[in-house]
Design a protein around this ligand. Structure first.
Ligand code: TYM
Length: 359
């Protein structure tokens, strides 16, 4: 069942996003947990930053937060082991560099908390092939896998459901493409609650920012910007150097017209640049369009690059610094995993009791 969708503007952060509210209050202990994660399949992208991390940072004061790097999700597609290790640490360094406060939020690596896969197995036994088959991301990724589609790709959303339900998360801020997975999580939680009682799982809401919920590929602006795009000119990686960032924006595909308008249907390339600016500067797309009256696409491209650079320069510097002082970051992660395990173990015990495991 599709949950009701309500748009809300947060008065403190001025974040305007869409929140799928709980259909019904349930009896699980009310929590104030916000949780989200990113796959360290390569370097993180501007889409990850604007669609996810930026919102985490803006909402983090109001919640008890868990943010992690999902290395177990990452291996649903073949990875170079050393690159995965490096990308995992870099992802977490990026969270901190972007403003996630490790003193207040729990930061960790998914594989350091074995309860994720333990709960995943149980949820697998309550998930239906039909519903997993309907997942758009599975359809897209399996189409690229040839004949041998890894089973992990199919059950990937169940692991994501385990990630969320282990921590009694109330709010899951993600980009548009993950909404279907959060809805599946809600359905699974509801299914087990119906069987074993409302106390079992908190039903999570999905939070999608109204800006940059789907940052588009700079070369193919009708497609989502993705870490794994074949043509890397379309993907802006957060650690790209200045020259590359400028080049990628200058070469961004627009259209043969010259007028700057915010129209996703007719001018997806231009609209994407406007929305990137809008998400970073917290200015409305209409105001941005107004500021460009009489200007050319070239201005929009170069100025968008400049705005992105202003955000990325300090972020990159901080990431490099954190990666050099690795011990500090590693301390954060070890401590984070310990804290996460305490919460995860409590939930898992509740689930083991509910399904009838002899404990
Ligand atoms: P992933 O790693 O593909 O993306 C991480 C986050 O970035 C958002 N995102 C985007 N937002 C806007 N525009 C884009 N072009 C763009 N590309 C990515 C995603 O929506 C996401 O919020 N399955 C998840 C990871 C995950 C997870 C979780 C998320 C595993 N467990 C539990 C939340 C809660 C994924 O593959 O995201």
């Amino acid at each position: 069942m599709t949950p009701p969708v309500v748009s809300v503007e947060d008065p403190d952060t001025h974040l305007y996003g869409t929140r799928c509210f709980m259909t019904q209050a349930n009896a699980a202990t009310p929590t104030n947990v916000m949780l989200s994660a990113i796959q360290p399949t390569s370097q993180l992208t501007l889409g990850n930053y604007l669609g996810a991390i930026q919102n985490w940072v803006q909402l983090q004061d109001k919640y008890n937060c868990y943010f992690f790097a999902v290395d177990q999700h990452a291996i649903t597609v073949r990875q170079n082991p050393e690159a995965l290790r490096q990308a995992t640490l870099t992802a977490l360094a990026t969270y901190v560099a972007a403003g996630v406060d490790p003193q207040r939020s729990t930061l960790f690596v998914q594989s350091h908390v074995p309860e994720h896969t333990q709960l995943c197995w149980i949820l697998n036994c309550y998930s239906y092939m039909g519903e997993l088959n309907r997942m758009t991301q599975y359809k897209d990724k399996s189409a690229k896998s040839g004949e041998n589609i890894p089973a992990g790709l199919f059950t990937y959303p169940v692991l994501m459901a385990a990630d969320i339900l282990l921590y009694d998360a109330k709010l899951v801020p993600v980009g548009q493409d993950q909404k279907q997975h959060v809805e599946l999580t809600r359905n699974l939680a509801q299914r087990l609650n119906n069987l074993y009682g409302d106390h079992l799982f908190v039903i999570p809401d999905c939070y999608i920012g109204s800006k940059a919920a789907k940052v588009m590929d700079l070369q193919q602006p009708t497609r989502k910007m993705s870490k794994s795009a074949e043509n890397t000119m379309g993907t802006l990686f957060l650690m790209d150097d200045e020259k590359t960032i400028l080049k990628k924006f200058k070469k961004a595909v627009t259209d043969s017209d010259t007028v700057i308008e915010w129209d996703k249907e007719r001018k997806p390339g231009v609209a994407n640049l406007i929305e990137i600016q809008s998400a970073i500067t917290h200015t409305s797309p209409e105001e941005i369009v107004h500021n460009y009256t009489g200007k050319m696409y070239g201005h929009l491209k170069v100025e968008t690059a400049e705005i992105v650079l202003q955000t990325l320069r300090p972020l990159q510097q901080k990431v490099h610094q954190l990666m050099e002082e690795r011990t500090e970051l590693e301390k954060i992660l070890r401590h984070g995993a310990e804290k996460a395990r305490e919460h995860a173990a409590t939930t898992l015990k509740r689930v083991h009791d509910a399904v009838g495991f002899y404990t």
